[in-house]
Design a protein around this ligand. Structure first.
Ligand SMILES: C[S@@+](CC[C@H](N)C(=O)[O-])C[C@H]1O[C@@H](n2cnc3c(N)ncnc32)[C@H](O)[C@@H]1O
Length: 320
Protein backbone atom coordinates (compact mmCIF):
# COMPACT_ATOMS: atom_id res chain seq x y z
CA UNK A 1 0.00 0.00 0.00
CA UNK A 2 2.81 2.42 0.99
CA UNK A 3 4.54 1.59 -2.30
CA UNK A 4 1.42 2.65 -4.20
CA UNK A 5 1.17 5.94 -2.28
CA UNK A 6 4.86 6.69 -2.91
CA UNK A 7 4.45 5.93 -6.61
CA UNK A 8 1.45 8.29 -6.80
CA UNK A 9 3.36 11.06 -4.96
CA UNK A 10 6.21 10.62 -7.41
CA UNK A 11 3.83 10.78 -10.42
CA UNK A 12 2.11 13.87 -9.02
CA UNK A 13 5.36 15.71 -8.42
CA UNK A 14 6.55 14.80 -11.95
CA UNK A 15 3.21 16.17 -13.31
CA UNK A 16 3.76 19.38 -11.30
CA UNK A 17 7.34 19.81 -12.54
CA UNK A 18 6.19 19.47 -16.14
CA UNK A 19 3.41 21.97 -15.51
CA UNK A 20 5.83 24.48 -13.97
CA UNK A 21 8.32 24.13 -16.82
CA UNK A 22 5.59 24.63 -19.45
CA UNK A 23 4.04 27.63 -17.66
CA UNK A 24 7.35 29.44 -17.09
CA UNK A 25 8.38 28.86 -20.72
CA UNK A 26 4.93 29.85 -22.01
CA UNK A 27 4.78 33.11 -20.05
CA UNK A 28 8.38 34.01 -20.96
CA UNK A 29 7.86 33.98 -24.72
CA UNK A 30 5.83 36.24 -27.02
CA UNK A 31 3.04 35.68 -27.86
CA UNK A 32 2.37 34.03 -24.52
CA UNK A 33 0.80 30.56 -24.58
CA UNK A 34 0.22 27.60 -22.25
CA UNK A 35 -0.44 24.15 -23.80
CA UNK A 36 -4.11 23.12 -23.70
CA UNK A 37 -3.47 19.80 -21.95
CA UNK A 38 -2.86 21.72 -18.68
CA UNK A 39 -6.50 22.87 -18.66
CA UNK A 40 -7.37 19.39 -17.40
CA UNK A 41 -6.74 19.13 -13.67
CA UNK A 42 -9.53 17.44 -11.67
CA UNK A 43 -11.67 20.61 -11.65
CA UNK A 44 -10.93 21.33 -15.33
CA UNK A 45 -12.06 17.82 -16.28
CA UNK A 46 -15.26 18.21 -14.24
CA UNK A 47 -15.91 21.58 -15.90
CA UNK A 48 -15.36 20.00 -19.33
CA UNK A 49 -18.08 17.46 -18.46
CA UNK A 50 -20.38 20.44 -17.65
CA UNK A 51 -19.50 22.06 -21.01
CA UNK A 52 -20.63 18.85 -22.73
CA UNK A 53 -24.12 19.34 -21.26
CA UNK A 54 -24.51 22.96 -22.41
CA UNK A 55 -27.20 23.66 -25.02
CA UNK A 56 -24.75 25.80 -27.05
CA UNK A 57 -22.09 23.05 -27.11
CA UNK A 58 -23.66 20.95 -29.89
CA UNK A 59 -20.48 18.89 -30.37
CA UNK A 60 -21.04 16.27 -27.66
CA UNK A 61 -24.71 15.52 -28.39
CA UNK A 62 -24.12 15.39 -32.13
CA UNK A 63 -21.11 13.08 -31.91
CA UNK A 64 -22.91 10.85 -29.40
CA UNK A 65 -25.92 10.52 -31.76
CA UNK A 66 -23.63 9.59 -34.65
CA UNK A 67 -21.80 6.99 -32.55
CA UNK A 68 -25.06 5.56 -31.17
CA UNK A 69 -26.44 5.17 -34.71
CA UNK A 70 -23.28 3.54 -36.11
CA UNK A 71 -21.62 1.71 -33.19
CA UNK A 72 -22.74 -1.64 -34.67
CA UNK A 73 -21.16 -0.80 -38.03
CA UNK A 74 -17.94 0.35 -36.31
CA UNK A 75 -17.90 -2.95 -34.39
CA UNK A 76 -18.25 -4.98 -37.57
CA UNK A 77 -15.52 -2.94 -39.31
CA UNK A 78 -13.20 -3.60 -36.35
CA UNK A 79 -14.03 -7.30 -36.00
CA UNK A 80 -13.91 -9.51 -32.89
CA UNK A 81 -11.36 -9.63 -30.06
CA UNK A 82 -10.18 -6.03 -30.44
CA UNK A 83 -8.12 -3.87 -28.12
CA UNK A 84 -9.86 -0.48 -27.91
CA UNK A 85 -7.35 2.30 -27.19
CA UNK A 86 -8.86 5.70 -26.43
CA UNK A 87 -6.78 8.88 -26.67
CA UNK A 88 -8.00 11.51 -24.15
CA UNK A 89 -10.74 9.36 -22.61
CA UNK A 90 -12.06 11.90 -20.06
CA UNK A 91 -15.17 10.41 -18.44
CA UNK A 92 -15.29 7.52 -20.98
CA UNK A 93 -18.96 8.26 -21.67
CA UNK A 94 -18.96 7.97 -25.48
CA UNK A 95 -16.65 4.94 -25.23
CA UNK A 96 -19.46 3.03 -23.54
CA UNK A 97 -21.34 3.00 -26.87
CA UNK A 98 -18.39 1.13 -28.38
CA UNK A 99 -17.86 -1.06 -25.30
CA UNK A 100 -21.52 -2.15 -25.59
CA UNK A 101 -21.32 -2.84 -29.34
CA UNK A 102 -17.88 -4.44 -29.65
CA UNK A 103 -16.37 -7.78 -28.80
CA UNK A 104 -13.35 -6.51 -26.87
CA UNK A 105 -10.24 -8.20 -25.48
CA UNK A 106 -9.28 -5.06 -23.55
CA UNK A 107 -10.10 -1.35 -23.20
CA UNK A 108 -7.05 0.94 -22.72
CA UNK A 109 -8.05 4.56 -22.03
CA UNK A 110 -5.24 7.16 -22.08
CA UNK A 111 -5.70 10.47 -20.27
CA UNK A 112 -3.43 13.04 -18.68
CA UNK A 113 -5.93 14.03 -15.95
CA UNK A 114 -4.92 11.59 -13.20
CA UNK A 115 -7.70 11.94 -10.60
CA UNK A 116 -10.40 12.14 -13.24
CA UNK A 117 -9.08 9.00 -14.96
CA UNK A 118 -9.13 7.14 -11.62
CA UNK A 119 -12.76 8.16 -10.98
CA UNK A 120 -13.87 7.22 -14.51
CA UNK A 121 -12.17 3.83 -14.23
CA UNK A 122 -13.85 3.07 -10.88
CA UNK A 123 -17.27 3.73 -12.49
CA UNK A 124 -16.37 1.68 -15.57
CA UNK A 125 -15.13 -1.31 -13.52
CA UNK A 126 -18.38 -1.24 -11.55
CA UNK A 127 -20.50 -1.19 -14.73
CA UNK A 128 -18.35 -3.58 -16.83
CA UNK A 129 -17.06 -6.11 -14.26
CA UNK A 130 -15.88 -8.65 -16.83
CA UNK A 131 -14.09 -6.20 -19.14
CA UNK A 132 -10.27 -6.04 -18.99
CA UNK A 133 -9.35 -2.37 -18.47
CA UNK A 134 -5.78 -1.03 -18.70
CA UNK A 135 -5.81 2.74 -17.97
CA UNK A 136 -2.74 4.75 -18.97
CA UNK A 137 -2.14 8.14 -17.34
CA UNK A 138 0.16 9.90 -19.79
CA UNK A 139 0.50 12.53 -22.50
CA UNK A 140 -0.62 10.76 -25.67
CA UNK A 141 1.60 13.06 -27.74
CA UNK A 142 4.67 11.81 -25.87
CA UNK A 143 3.75 8.13 -25.50
CA UNK A 144 6.56 5.95 -26.90
CA UNK A 145 4.65 2.67 -26.73
CA UNK A 146 1.58 0.98 -25.30
CA UNK A 147 1.82 -1.48 -22.40
CA UNK A 148 1.65 -5.15 -23.46
CA UNK A 149 -1.84 -5.90 -24.82
CA UNK A 150 -3.14 -9.32 -25.92
CA UNK A 151 -0.89 -10.13 -28.88
CA UNK A 152 -3.57 -11.57 -31.15
CA UNK A 153 -5.97 -8.65 -30.79
CA UNK A 154 -6.40 -5.98 -33.46
CA UNK A 155 -5.96 -2.47 -32.09
CA UNK A 156 -8.75 0.05 -32.69
CA UNK A 157 -7.92 3.63 -31.69
CA UNK A 158 -10.66 6.04 -30.60
CA UNK A 159 -10.07 9.82 -30.62
CA UNK A 160 -13.43 11.52 -30.05
CA UNK A 161 -14.50 14.93 -28.70
CA UNK A 162 -12.91 16.85 -31.59
CA UNK A 163 -9.64 16.68 -29.63
CA UNK A 164 -7.87 16.60 -33.02
CA UNK A 165 -8.99 20.24 -33.30
CA UNK A 166 -6.90 21.19 -30.25
CA UNK A 167 -3.79 20.30 -32.22
CA UNK A 168 -2.26 22.56 -34.85
CA UNK A 169 -2.34 20.85 -38.28
CA UNK A 170 1.33 19.79 -38.11
CA UNK A 171 0.71 18.38 -34.61
CA UNK A 172 -2.46 16.63 -35.83
CA UNK A 173 -0.43 14.93 -38.57
CA UNK A 174 2.25 13.98 -36.01
CA UNK A 175 -0.49 12.59 -33.70
CA UNK A 176 -2.06 10.55 -36.51
CA UNK A 177 1.39 9.19 -37.46
CA UNK A 178 2.02 8.22 -33.83
CA UNK A 179 -1.43 6.61 -33.56
CA UNK A 180 -0.73 4.61 -36.73
CA UNK A 181 2.55 3.38 -35.22
CA UNK A 182 0.98 2.55 -31.81
CA UNK A 183 -1.99 0.77 -33.41
CA UNK A 184 0.18 -1.41 -35.64
CA UNK A 185 -0.24 -2.61 -39.24
CA UNK A 186 -3.73 -4.10 -38.69
CA UNK A 187 -4.88 -1.11 -36.63
CA UNK A 188 -7.52 1.49 -37.39
CA UNK A 189 -8.66 4.76 -35.79
CA UNK A 190 -12.16 6.14 -35.16
CA UNK A 191 -11.81 9.93 -35.11
CA UNK A 192 -14.47 12.51 -34.15
CA UNK A 193 -13.99 15.96 -35.71
CA UNK A 194 -16.03 19.14 -35.62
CA UNK A 195 -16.85 20.49 -39.09
CA UNK A 196 -16.69 24.05 -40.44
CA UNK A 197 -19.99 25.88 -40.08
CA UNK A 198 -21.70 29.23 -39.44
CA UNK A 199 -19.23 31.27 -37.31
CA UNK A 200 -22.10 32.53 -35.10
CA UNK A 201 -22.88 28.95 -34.08
CA UNK A 202 -19.20 28.33 -33.34
CA UNK A 203 -18.91 31.56 -31.37
CA UNK A 204 -21.89 30.61 -29.19
CA UNK A 205 -20.46 27.15 -28.48
CA UNK A 206 -17.29 28.66 -26.92
CA UNK A 207 -18.99 31.66 -25.23
CA UNK A 208 -21.88 29.96 -23.45
CA UNK A 209 -24.39 32.11 -21.59
CA UNK A 210 -23.89 30.24 -18.28
CA UNK A 211 -20.16 31.10 -18.29
CA UNK A 212 -18.97 27.48 -17.92
CA UNK A 213 -16.40 27.77 -20.74
CA UNK A 214 -15.08 30.95 -19.13
CA UNK A 215 -14.76 29.11 -15.79
CA UNK A 216 -12.92 26.29 -17.63
CA UNK A 217 -10.36 28.74 -19.09
CA UNK A 218 -9.91 30.67 -15.84
CA UNK A 219 -9.50 27.42 -13.92
CA UNK A 220 -5.99 27.33 -15.41
CA UNK A 221 -5.19 30.44 -13.33
CA UNK A 222 -6.63 28.72 -10.26
CA UNK A 223 -4.44 25.67 -11.01
CA UNK A 224 -1.32 27.87 -11.32
CA UNK A 225 -2.18 29.56 -8.00
CA UNK A 226 -2.62 26.21 -6.24
CA UNK A 227 0.18 24.15 -7.77
CA UNK A 228 2.79 26.82 -8.57
CA UNK A 229 2.14 29.34 -5.79
CA UNK A 230 1.04 31.91 -8.41
CA UNK A 231 -0.78 35.12 -7.52
CA UNK A 232 -3.34 35.44 -10.33
CA UNK A 233 -6.39 37.50 -9.34
CA UNK A 234 -9.20 35.66 -11.15
CA UNK A 235 -11.29 38.84 -11.33
CA UNK A 236 -8.50 40.66 -13.15
CA UNK A 237 -8.50 38.29 -16.16
CA UNK A 238 -11.24 37.29 -18.61
CA UNK A 239 -11.94 34.39 -20.99
CA UNK A 240 -11.80 35.32 -24.68
CA UNK A 241 -12.86 33.04 -27.56
CA UNK A 242 -13.50 33.85 -31.21
CA UNK A 243 -13.53 32.20 -34.63
CA UNK A 244 -10.59 33.00 -36.91
CA UNK A 245 -11.98 32.29 -40.41
CA UNK A 246 -8.58 32.54 -42.13
CA UNK A 247 -7.08 29.69 -40.12
CA UNK A 248 -10.44 27.93 -39.63
CA UNK A 249 -10.12 27.74 -35.86
CA UNK A 250 -11.59 28.91 -32.60
CA UNK A 251 -8.87 30.68 -30.59
CA UNK A 252 -9.12 30.83 -26.79
CA UNK A 253 -7.15 33.07 -24.44
CA UNK A 254 -7.22 34.57 -20.97
CA UNK A 255 -6.90 38.35 -21.21
CA UNK A 256 -5.55 40.79 -18.62
CA UNK A 257 -8.17 43.39 -17.67
CA UNK A 258 -5.57 45.78 -16.23
CA UNK A 259 -1.87 46.52 -16.13
CA UNK A 260 -0.62 44.15 -13.45
CA UNK A 261 2.17 41.94 -12.28
CA UNK A 262 1.80 38.27 -11.29
CA UNK A 263 4.25 35.97 -9.53
CA UNK A 264 4.52 32.36 -10.70
CA UNK A 265 6.87 29.89 -8.98
CA UNK A 266 8.83 32.84 -7.56
CA UNK A 267 9.17 34.66 -10.91
CA UNK A 268 7.43 37.91 -11.73
CA UNK A 269 5.51 38.47 -14.99
CA UNK A 270 4.17 41.88 -16.05
CA UNK A 271 0.93 42.13 -18.05
CA UNK A 272 -0.30 45.21 -19.90
CA UNK A 273 -4.04 45.85 -20.08
CA UNK A 274 -5.56 43.72 -22.87
CA UNK A 275 -2.59 41.33 -23.10
CA UNK A 276 -3.63 37.78 -23.88
CA UNK A 277 -2.26 34.33 -23.06
CA UNK A 278 -3.28 31.66 -25.54
CA UNK A 279 -4.71 28.48 -24.00
CA UNK A 280 -6.45 26.51 -26.72
CA UNK A 281 -7.25 26.15 -30.42
CA UNK A 282 -10.20 24.28 -31.79
CA UNK A 283 -9.62 23.75 -35.50
CA UNK A 284 -12.67 23.10 -37.65
CA UNK A 285 -12.26 20.90 -40.70
CA UNK A 286 -14.15 19.91 -43.82
CA UNK A 287 -14.13 16.33 -45.07
CA UNK A 288 -11.46 16.81 -47.78
CA UNK A 289 -9.17 18.43 -45.18
CA UNK A 290 -9.66 15.45 -42.85
CA UNK A 291 -8.83 13.10 -45.73
CA UNK A 292 -5.67 15.10 -46.46
CA UNK A 293 -4.59 15.04 -42.78
CA UNK A 294 -5.05 11.26 -42.73
CA UNK A 295 -3.30 10.70 -46.05
CA UNK A 296 -0.30 12.81 -44.98
CA UNK A 297 0.05 10.56 -41.91
CA UNK A 298 -0.27 7.36 -43.98
CA UNK A 299 -3.93 6.72 -43.06
CA UNK A 300 -6.88 6.40 -45.39
CA UNK A 301 -10.45 7.45 -44.60
CA UNK A 302 -12.51 4.35 -45.33
CA UNK A 303 -15.86 5.48 -43.91
CA UNK A 304 -17.44 8.81 -42.90
CA UNK A 305 -20.53 9.20 -40.72
CA UNK A 306 -22.15 12.62 -40.17
CA UNK A 307 -25.37 14.05 -38.75
CA UNK A 308 -28.17 15.39 -40.99
CA UNK A 309 -26.94 19.02 -40.52
CA UNK A 310 -23.32 18.03 -41.18
CA UNK A 311 -22.15 19.65 -37.95
CA UNK A 312 -19.78 16.86 -36.95
CA UNK A 313 -18.03 13.89 -38.56
CA UNK A 314 -16.89 10.54 -37.26
CA UNK A 315 -14.36 8.97 -39.62
CA UNK A 316 -12.81 5.52 -39.78
CA UNK A 317 -9.13 5.63 -40.75
CA UNK A 318 -7.11 2.58 -41.67
CA UNK A 319 -3.44 2.17 -42.62
CA UNK A 320 -3.04 3.24 -46.25
C1 LIG B 1 -11.98 17.50 -25.17
S1 LIG B 1 -11.81 16.36 -23.83
C2 LIG B 1 -12.59 14.93 -24.55
C3 LIG B 1 -13.04 13.91 -23.54
C4 LIG B 1 -13.80 12.73 -24.14
N1 LIG B 1 -12.95 11.92 -25.00
C5 LIG B 1 -15.00 13.19 -24.91
O1 LIG B 1 -15.02 13.01 -26.12
O2 LIG B 1 -15.91 13.75 -24.29
C6 LIG B 1 -10.11 16.00 -23.94
C7 LIG B 1 -9.60 14.92 -22.96
O3 LIG B 1 -8.26 14.61 -23.34
C8 LIG B 1 -7.39 14.73 -22.23
N2 LIG B 1 -6.13 15.24 -22.79
C9 LIG B 1 -5.90 16.46 -23.34
N3 LIG B 1 -4.64 16.54 -23.82
C10 LIG B 1 -4.08 15.32 -23.56
C11 LIG B 1 -2.79 14.77 -23.82
N4 LIG B 1 -1.85 15.47 -24.46
N5 LIG B 1 -2.54 13.51 -23.43
C12 LIG B 1 -3.50 12.76 -22.78
N6 LIG B 1 -4.74 13.24 -22.51
C13 LIG B 1 -5.02 14.50 -22.90
C14 LIG B 1 -8.05 15.67 -21.26
O4 LIG B 1 -7.67 15.41 -19.93
C15 LIG B 1 -9.53 15.38 -21.52
O5 LIG B 1 -10.01 14.34 -20.69
Amino acid sequence: MNGVVLELDHAQSADREQFQRAVLAGLSRRPRAIPARFLYDARGSALFDEICKLPEYYLTGTETDILRAHAGEIASFAGPNCALIEFGSGSSVKSRLLLDAMDLAVYAPIDISREHLDGSMARLRRDYPSLAIEPICDDYMALADLPPLPASSRRLGFFPGSSIGNLEPHEAIAFLGKAKQLLGPRGALVLGADLKKDPARLHAAYNDSAGVTAAFTLNLLRRMNRELGATFDLDAFAHEAFYNPVDGRIEIYFRSLAEQSVTVAGRSFAFVEGERVHTEYSYKYDIPQLETLGRTAGLQVTRIWTDPDRLFAVVYLASA
